[in-house]
Design a protein around this ligand. Structure first.
Ligand SMILES: Cc1ncc(CO)c(N)n1
Length: 226
């Protein structure tokens, strides 16, 4: 019998495939990504991760047992200190201060994405929260692994650190733990409940795609608004 996360992956298969083919993602792998797009991405991703880390804090309060609660607290810590260190190191190379990084004005997509996730986190069940957060960790791990297979990608002067972080054992374990938890939480749920989880997963998968597009085009808002 297939697991619930296999069902989720089937649902988003073509969309995730488009993500792997997105020029930003391909450019990270073959080194063709313009450094300006990467710089824009790093700043938006930093403020994204500040909000993303809060999801894990909320998850910790919604956990049904001590081990899960504790693991979410560790995930928050890992996001704030392991993952965001990557961004701080890049910022230093770009000559951006930590204050500047933290004060990045949010783009529309970054606002929409984090607002949606935090809404689900605050209002939904733990299963809903995990379904919304899962495409983030899981798809980055998939992208990291794919890019790491490209010759020279992990050693690239600029994008190598990114590729090594998201293809790392440490990041993979984090993603795998969330995948396993999703399957555990989906057990015994009705079809109506599973459909809600599937909807969150699809929505944040879409947001992930839009995030790459936003970064590539360096788009703050979809149209000129004063
Ligand atoms: C937009 C986005 N999604 C997922 C991750 C992985 O944590 C990230 N750093 N940024």
């Amino acid at each position: 019998m297939s697991t619930f996360t296999q069902r989720l992956l089937e649902k988003v298969g073509p969309l995730w495939e488009r993500k792997y083919q997105h020029p930003f993602v391909r450019g990270l792998g073959d080194g063709s990504l313009p450094i300006e797009s990467f710089r824009f991405y790093m700043k938006q991703d930093y403020v994204y991760l500040i909000e993303y880390a809060k999801m894990f804090a909320i998850a910790s309060t919604k956990a049904h047992d001590l081990a899960t609660s504790s693991r979410f607290a560790a995930l928050q810590e890992a996001t704030l200190n392991f993952e965001m260190d990557l961004h701080r190191q890049y910022a230093a190379r770009f000559g951006i201060t930590r204050e500047e990084l933290e004060q990045t004005k949010p783009s529309f997509v970054m606002l929409a994405y984090t607002s949606y996730m935090l809404k689900v986190a605050h209002q939904g069940t733990l299963a809903e929260l995990v379904s919304a957060v899962l495409p983030c960790a899981w798809s980055y791990w998939e992208i990291g692994k794919r890019l790491a297979r490209i010759e020279g990608a992990a050693e690239h002067e600029w994008y190598g650190d990114w590729v090594r972080t998201y293809s790392s054992e440490e990041f993979g374990q984090l993603a795998q733990w969330l995948i396993d938890l999703m399957d555990q939480l989906a057990e015994g749920k009705s079809e109506a409940e599973l459909a809600i989880l599937e909807e969150h997963f699809l929505n944040t998968s879409r947001m992930e795609y839009l995030f790459w597009e936003m970064a590539y085009t360096e788009e703050m808002w979809p149209c000129e608004i004063n």
